[in-house]
Design a protein around this ligand. Structure first.
Ligand SMILES: Nc1nc2c(c(=O)[nH]1)N[C@H]1C(S)=C(S)[C@@H](COP(=O)(O)OP(=O)(O)OC[C@H]3O[C@@H](n4cnc5c(=O)[nH]c(N)nc54)[C@H](O)[C@@H]3O)O[C@H]1N2
Ligand SMILES: Nc1nc2c(c(=O)[nH]1)N[C@H]1C(S)=C(S)[C@@H](COP(=O)(O)OP(=O)(O)OC[C@H]3O[C@@H](n4cnc5c(=O)[nH]c(N)nc54)[C@H](O)[C@@H]3O)O[C@H]1N2
Ligand SMILES: [Mo]
Length: 775
């Protein structure tokens, strides 16, 4: 039974986002992390041309920015790395793994930075020190013993640098597999699979310059005040210019209502703020597809009216763009005309007049940017939803034009770069051809396992070794009980990591913890400080130099760890792995030869602020098989598991979204508040519509257990959640991840993208089996 936090409190937030509240929390945080004096100055160098790239989110920096860009959650990410707390071998001597399993994620994080490589000892149930070379040799002996290279999987979380990730994929492909599960599989995969079909590239088409020129912004399923706080700076400037900002989200996120900018002293001193979104549309969970299709339908109707009225110049569609650049519009339009308004309204949870209102806002905009986050990508119909959004934007030529375009907002600071340099379980033939040519080998061609497939393969005994370059595989993934069985069935699990986390405790028969430098730390190789490169959400590539003294003298950089493993496993006859680790510029030289768009890489990253990696669609060059931007027709997606569950359980069936609180970074829990949603000192809460509470016979403040309704008959439950009455559509509930991952069935995934449907899980709420006890 989970305990109630004694200091737990629910109190609505009534202030603008950021402002003085953020400054106060930053101060509290630095004290809690005991950040040493010298490391404070790091904060001033975050996202500066000569500083380091923030290890927080993937939102881009304003180029050549000379002022300090303040971001509360960026500070938390930096402070978490710069903390003076340490997990030493003596710590492991004192704690068995079983004892550490009883600690919460928050407590594990609070222990501080790992300092030395450790190996699990089953006899004592403790981690013990191991030398780096012995650790590499242990990994090599496992890898070289497998019947097939496909029996190993190589996970990446999106913080690894381009250099480390490039070397990693090269090593793994030379070893012989494309098994690259990565955090992206659980994140923006629907974007990466959906957009290449429509516009020929799986990335966004805008840069910050476009935000300066947009007149309309549609923000789908994103909570920037928490997850991309620096984006609020752009939104503030847009709002001040008079741009129309619409938030499309089942929750009316407070952080999108108003913002007091810490960058603007006057705003802080006068306690004034800027209103951000002018319109809030609250679809039901997973309703975006029908909503966007409805908007597209009404755009077509408005165009029909305009055509009836006469002059071509009044038309709503961008006819010239459609003719020159697109294919499939007529079929798409025919499908829209036959779509049923009642069905669109019912499926979206938005009234027809509000859908039409959104369409009028959209057509009034001359330069429209659509941004989106996890609210669009973690559902069964996510690929179709992303493609429907692309259709809508194409109708008025809102792609490849200044001030307009598609803006998927990525999560991890270098998740986009990792994909670009080859962390991809389904690589293209062109990518492999070139890699094979440059390094003179025949890369494996068969597609590898993604995250969900890797877990299934581990459960089936087909994958026996898991290596994680960052991340927290055991907790970020769905279906916790099954994932833990999968990890425990492995012969070896290895984690390259900065902080202690659950994946070190839920391990294979043998296990290694390999502690590494964070991006804020000085990376010396052969007496020369090395920079690493990263790519942000808008395809800007730049170099990042750490500034802090490493947390321990024994830490090895990610790049050097990858080189060490590769050298031990494959030897260096063909590739001088250790030479690459000694000078990262050498890695960039070969990246320039092996990767599309990376010519003169070393020269171009030397430019302050870096360079923009060309996105063809931005220039209206469509790298699709047809050579045009494609409209894609999709009928309204019926989310069958949820529909079937609702047929069984009627209105008691709820759709659960699992989302982030303000004080977490994915599975890293910095603190226990979610200030903007009014939650303090606790995380086990569930947001429910007040009318649903009444219908279910519950009251706010009572405790419930949550179970999943899934057809495989396996019991999935998460116990002990406090009911909070919240402004959320009926039939929808919200709670935090990772506590709710036991509820996400492994085979509940997005079509095509195979992303766990973390934002739409059919669940039931039950009065708690055991009463919650206060600690
Ligand atoms: N501080 C901090 N920063 C982070 C992270 C973090 O954990 N902490 N994580 C990083 C990562 S990896 C990522 S991917 C991003 C994530 O950033 P976001 O994309 O903002 O992620 P979430 O908080 O999971 O959910 C976003 C929003 O989706 C809404 N939503 C849920 N279901 C639906 C739906 O059906 N439709 C619509 N329209 N909206 C819906 C929720 O109400 C919520 O506001 O942030 C990155 N930045
Ligand atoms: N239910 C549910 N599940 C989800 C989501 C959701 O919204 N709901 N979101 C999904 C998304 S969008 C994502 S991206 C994944 C995130 O999945 P992951 O990326 O696997 O998870 P993180 O929590 O970001 O990983 C945190 C760990 O990374 C390590 N780390 C931190 N910095 C570094 C570094 O610089 N180098 C190295 N080597 N290690 C480092 C630390 O040890 C830390 O404990 O979770 C997914 N899971
Ligand atoms: Mo993510």
């Amino acid at each position: 039974m989970k305990k109630a936090q004694p200091e737990g409190r629910i109190a609505p937030y009534t202030h603008p986002a950021a402002g003085w509240g953020a400054l106060k929390y930053v101060a509290l945080h630095l004290v809690r992390e005991k950040v040493a004096g010298n490391n404070y100055r790091t904060l001033l160098r975050q996202n500066q041309p000569d500083g380091f790239d923030c290890p927080g989110c993937a939102w881009p920096d304003r180029e050549h920015n000379s002022t300090f860009e303040f971001c509360e959650n960026g500070v938390k990410a930096v402070a978490a790395e710069a903390t003076s707390k340490r997990v030493t071998p003596a710590f492991f001597e004192e704690h068995t793994v079983t004892a550490l399993m009883a600690r919460s994620e928050y407590e594990l994080e609070q222990y501080g930075r790992l300092t030395a490589p450790m190996v699990y000892d089953a006899v004592t149930d403790k981690y013990q020190p191991i030398g780096w070379q012995d650790a590499y040799a242990l990994i090599a002996s496992h890898l070289n013993r497998l019947d097939s290279p496909d029996e190993a999987a190589f996970y990446t979380s999106g913080r690894a640098s381009n250099e480390a990730a490039f070397l990693y994929q090269l090593f793994v492909r030379l070893y012989g597999t494309n098994n690259f599960p990565d955090c992206s599989n659980m994140c923006h995969e629907a974007t990466s699979r959906g957009l290449p079909v429509t516009v020929g590239v799986g990335k966004g088409t805008v840069t910050l310059d476009d935000f300066e020129h947009a007149d309309t912004l549609l923000i789908f399923g994103q909570n920037p005040a928490t997850n991309h706080p620096r984006m609020l700076g752009e939104l503030r400037d847009c709002a001040k210019r008079g741009a129309t900002i619409v938030s499309i989200n089942p929750l009316r996120e407070r952080g999108l209502e108003s913002f007091a900018s810490p960058q603007h002293p006057l705003e802080m001193l006068t306690l004034s703020s800027t209103k951000i979104a002018s319109t809030f549309i609250q679809p039901k969970i997973g309703g975006d597809f029908a909503l966007i299709k409805g908007v597209a339908k009404h755009v077509l109707e408005l165009d029909d009216d305009a055509r009836a009225r006469g002059p071509e110049s009044e038309r709503v569609l961008d006819l010239a763009f459609l003719a020159e650049h697109t294919l499939g519009f007529e079929r798409f339009a025919d499908d829209l005309r036959t779509e049923d308004w009642d069905a669109l309204a019912a499926e979206s949870g938005v009234a027809r007049e509000d859908i039409e209102g959104l369409a009028r806002i959209y057509v009034k905009g001359e330069r429209v940017i659509a941004t989106w986050g996890m609210g669009l990508t973690q559902h069964k119909n996510s690929v179709a939803t992303v493609q429907m959004l692309s259709n809508l934007m194409l109708m008025r030529g809102n792609i490849g034009r200044r001030g307009a375009g598609l803006c998927p907002v990525r999560g991890h600071s270098n998740v986009q770069g990792n994909r670009t340099v080859g962390i991809e379980e389904k690589p293209t033939a062109a990518f492999l051809d070139r890699l094979g040519k440059v390094f003179d080998f025949a890369p494996p061609r068969a597609h590898g396992y993604d995250v969900v497939e890797s877990i299934e393969a581990m459960l089936a005994g087909k994958v026996k070794v898991l290596i994680g370059l960052g991340g927290n595989f055991s907790l970020a993934t769905p279906d916790t009980a099954r994932t833990w069985d999968a990890l425990r069935a492995c012969a070896l699990t290895v984690h390259v990591t900065t902080k202690l986390n659950r994946s070190h405790l839920v391990h294979g028969a043998q296990a290694l913890i390999l502690p590494t430098l964070g991006r804020t730390e000085i990376d010396m190789q052969n007496g020369v400080a090395q920079g690493v490169t990263v790519e942000d959400s808008m395809s800007m590539v730049h170099v990042s130099y750490g500034m802090n003294k490493p947390a321990s003298a024994e830490l090895v950089s990610e790049t050097a760890i990858v080189a060490g493993i590769a050298h031990a496993t494959l030897g260096s006859a063909k590739i001088d792995w250790l030479g690459y680790a000694a000078d990262y510029a050498g890695i960039r030289d070969v990246m320039a030869r092996a990767l599309d768009g990376f010519q003169d890489y070393n020269e171009r990253i030397a430019h302050p602020g870096g360079f923009h990696l060309r996105v063809a669609a931005r220039e209206r060059e469509w790298k699709t098989p047809t050579g045009k931007a494609n409209f894609v027709v999709h009928g309204i997606q019926w989310d069958t598991p949820i529909r079937r569950a609702r047929q069984l359980h009627g209105e008691r069936l709820m759709t659960l979204m699992t989302t982030r609180s303000h004080d977490q970074y994915n599975t890293t829990i910095y603190a226990l508040d979610d200030r903007y949603r009014g939650v303090y000192g606790q995380r086990r809460v569930v947001f429910v519509n007040a009318e649903d509470l009444a219908m279910l016979g519950f009251q706010a403040g009572e405790w419930v257990d949550i179970t999943t309704v899934w057809e495989d008959g396996i019991e999935r439950r998460a116990d002990g959640f406090l009911l909070v009455a919240y402004d959320i559509p009926r039939g929808c509930v919200g709670a935090y991840y990772p506590e709710t991952n036991p509820l996400v069935p492994l085979n509940s995934v997005a079509d095509i993208a195979n992303t766990p449907t973390s934002k739409s899980i059919p669940v039931l709420l039950h009065r708690a089996r055991a009463p919650a006890v206060a600690a």
